[in-house]
Structure formats: structure tokens, C-alpha cells
Design a protein around this ligand. Structure first.
Ligand code: NAD
Length: 362
């Protein structure tokens, strides 16, 4: 067996293990584009997911990331009640140095060739401007600027959903969803994090913020009267809520051991380093975890509205449902004494199975 055969086998094994339908590897030497598009499931509709541009240390790391992220999109769309499947794309490279109009348009052509099976949007390392370039090649892109008929930046909707997820958890733990007087640590005050800080401060929440970008940290601290803290202080602090809005896997063996939070609720994707293990550890420790893919669905809802022509009012209504959906997950978790992530997965999987049955009976 040649090395190449071994590689293909191991990739296909990974796809089988994670239940993926299709993965497309994109290579364009003319523009330097190296990207991977993963389609996880299309039972509920076309796979919609953002395109992340990141300086991955290896192609294997990029593949692992896109497989994990695309599967989460299936669950996110399903639990939010949207008629969308799950997909995601990653472009390998440094978004500050390697991006160009031609690279993004070349990527757009690969999406075009998928004939609507995959629709993209912005994610870490990509912007509404990049979506505009992709739109020049294909209609299968959302989150383009409002000036050309799109819904624009999805981050404010994502932040609103996270805010409502926090409220639903606060209601469970403290008996009221009034946030005044509560304290929150927001880790990562980028696009979503800053909007979240604004919403929290408007309700007189005591907000601690942390970011590796010192300039941004000071700016957000000044603008909203939030308290900057260094990264090493996050897990020792006695705040009520931890809101991860930067990277995934920040909830792990070492951080859980230090945590004194009552609630974890943030926008970052895949916050639990190991879903089963750490979901259970949080349950055992009495820390309420708001499933990330549920409460960060506001951005996806905004993209869905753009696709379906729903408009802003419907986006707001659908985003507001995140409060009730979070309460529903908490109820199931308590009833069956299972972690909230397991409860959320059950609800999402049930919807996919139910719709599959309808499809096969007609
Ligand atoms: P962003 O790039 O605008 O902001 C991320 C921020 O985190 C930046 O300010 C960055 O400096 C900071 N950061 C990076 N590493 C850090 C670290 N180790 N500690 C502290 N801060 C760190 O991204 P965003 O659009 O705000 O998204 C934030 C998270 O939410 C990401 O995980 C993203 O995948 C997820 N998410 C975003 C959306 C959306 O609508 N933008 C939707 C769903 C999920």
C-alpha cells in the first residue's frame, strides 16, 4: 500500500467515524489557495457554515478542525429549528498576510462547483468583504454587506443569543433572569465579545474582560467600564459566569479543577475539550453549561434569514427563541440526570431522525 493510499484510507475512516457525507479538498497553485470544505449532514437542508482562515500547523490539524466544526453546525441548525444541514470550510494560511481577492474568488469557484450543497459565511479570519469576493463567483454565500443586499455582520445576533442563553441559565441557578448585580468573565472581546460586554453592562452586570490584544482590551474596558484581567486570573476569579468568546477547548481537566463559576455560557465553538467527559464533570461539580452550539446560533439565524429573505424582524424573533430552547435543554438534563450537552444532542438528533423518516416515507 502506497503512502497516498494509506492517507486516503485514514481520511475516509475519519469521515465514517464522524458521520460526514463529503469532504472537498481545494488546491489552486495560481492563487495559493489550500482549503478544505466539509459537509456533515444535509438531511434538513443545504449545509451552511462559515469559512475559517487559520495558520494551521498541519493539514491534519486543519482537517480535524473542519470535521469537528461542521458536525457542530448540523446540531446547531437542528436544535434551532432551521432547515439547514451542517458544513464548514477552512482555508489554510495567515489571514493577515495570505489573503487576496483572487484567493477568495478562487475559493468561491470551488463553492460554486458544489451546486448549493454547501453555503458559506464569515468566521474567524474572514470578513464580510471576503464574502463579497466569494459572491462575485457564486450565490452560495451569506453574510455579505448590507449595502449589496445581505444581512451584514452576524456577530451582534450571535452576542444577543449568548446574552439570552446567559439569562436562561441565571434564571435556573438564581431563580430570576434579572442580571443586575451578577458578575461575568468574558474571555475574548472581539466581534461577538464586545457586543456581549455592551449588552451585559447595559443591565449593570459587573464584567471582567480578558484578551490577548492589549490595545483592544483597554479600549473595551474604557468604553463600557469593564474590568480588564490577565489570562492567568480567569479561572481563579470568583465570578458567577464564565463566558468563553475566543477559542474552543478552554473547558478541560485543568480549568474545571480551578473553576468557581456557577455557569459557563459563551460564543466560542466546541468549548468542552471532551464533550462527554467534561460535560459530565461540570454536571458533577454543579456548574451549569449552556451548550455552545445552541446559544451561539444567532449568527447562523441571521445567515438563514438572509437566504430565505426573512428580514431583521424574523431574525430577532428566531434569536429570542434561544432563551426557551436553553430552558428546554436544562429541563431535559435535570429530568434524565444527564449533562446539558448530552441533552442538547438528544434534542438535535431527534429532529434529524424525525425529518429523515418523513423524507423516506414520501
Ligand atoms: P474575533 O476574531 O472577532 O474575536 C476573537 C477575540 O478573541 C479577539 O479579540 C482575539 O484577540 C481574542 N483571543 C484570541 N485568543 C485569545 C486567548 N487565548 N485569550 C483571550 N482572548 C483571545 O471572533 P468572533 O467573531 O468574536 O468569535 C468569537 C468566538 O465565537 C469564536 O470562537 C467563533 O468561532 C465563535 N462564533 C462566532 C460567531 C460570529 O457570529 N462571529 C458565531 C458563532 C460562533
Amino acid at each position: 500500500m502506497s503512502d497516498n493510499t494509506a492517507l486516503v484510507n485514514s481520511v475516509l475512516d475519519q469521515l465514517s467515524a464522524s458521520g460526514h457525507k463529503k469532504v472537498v479538498f481545494c488546491n489552486d497553485p495560481d492563487t495559493g489557495l489550500k482549503a478544505i470544505i466539509a459537509v456533515h449532514d444535509t438531511t434538513l437542508g443545504p449545509a451552511l457554515g462559515g469559512t475559517r482562515m487559520w495558520n494551521y500547523v498541519s493539514e491534519a490539524e486543519a482537517l480535524e478542525d473542519v470535521l469537528r466544526l461542521s458536525a457542530a453546525m448540523t446540531y446547531k441548525a437542528a436544535i434551532t429549528g432551521l432547515n439547514l444541514g451542517g458544513g464548514k470550510a477552512v482555508i489554510i494560511g495567515d489571514s493577515r498576510k495570505d489573503k487576496s481577492e483572487s484567493l477568495m474568488r478562487s475559493f468561491g469557484r470551488f463553492i460554486k462547483n458544489m451546486n448549493g450543497e454547501f453555503i458559506t459565511a464569515e468566521e474567524l479570519g474572514t470578513t464580510t468583504k471576503d464574502m463579497e469576493y466569494i459572491r462575485m463567483e457564486t450565490e452560495h454565500v451569506t453574510g455579505v454587506p448590507e449595502s449589496i443586499g445581505g444581512a451584514g455582520n452576524p456577530a451582534p445576533h450571535t452576542a444577543k443569543g449568548v446574552f439570552l442563553g446567559i439569562k436562561a441559565c441565571v434564571k435556573e441557578v438564581f431563580g430570576t433572569d434579572m442580571l443586575a448585580g451578577r458578575s461575568v468573565v468574558v474571555q475574548g472581546i472581539g466581534n461577538v465579545g464586545e457586543h456581549l460586554v455592551e449588552l451585559l453592562r447595559a443591565e449593570n452586570v459587573e464584567v471582567y474582560i480578558s484578551d490577548i490584544n492589549e490595545e483592544r482590551l483597554q479600549h473595551v474596558a474604557r468604553t463600557y467600564k469593564a474590568k480588564p484581567i490577565s489570562a492567568d486570573k480567569i479561572f481563579g476569579i470568583g465570578a458567577d459566569i464564565y463566558s468563553p468568546c475566543a477559542l474552543g477547548a478552554t473547558v478541560n481537566n485543568s480549568t474545571i479543577a480551578k473553576m468557581k463559576f456557577a455557569i459557563i455560557a459563551g460564543s466560542a465553538n466546541n468549548q468542552l475539550a471532551d464533550e462527554q467527559l467534561h460535560g459530565q464533570q461540570l454536571l458533577d461539580k454543579g456548574i451549569l453549561f449552556a451548550p455552545d452550539y445552541l446559544i451561539n446560533a444567532g449568527g447562523l439565524i441571521s445567515c438563514y434569514s438572509e437566504l430565505t429573505g426573512f428580514g431583521k424582524k424574523r431574525t430577532v424573533q428566531l434569536t429570542e427563541n434561544i432563551y426557551d430552547a436553553t430552558r428546554e435543554v436544562i429541563r431535559l438534563s435535570k429530568k434524565d440526570n444527564i449533562s446539558t450537552i448530552k441533552a442538547a444532542n438528544r434534542i438535535a438528533e431527534k429532529r434529524i431522525i424525525d425529518i429523515k423518516k418523513i423524507k423516506s416515507s414520501f
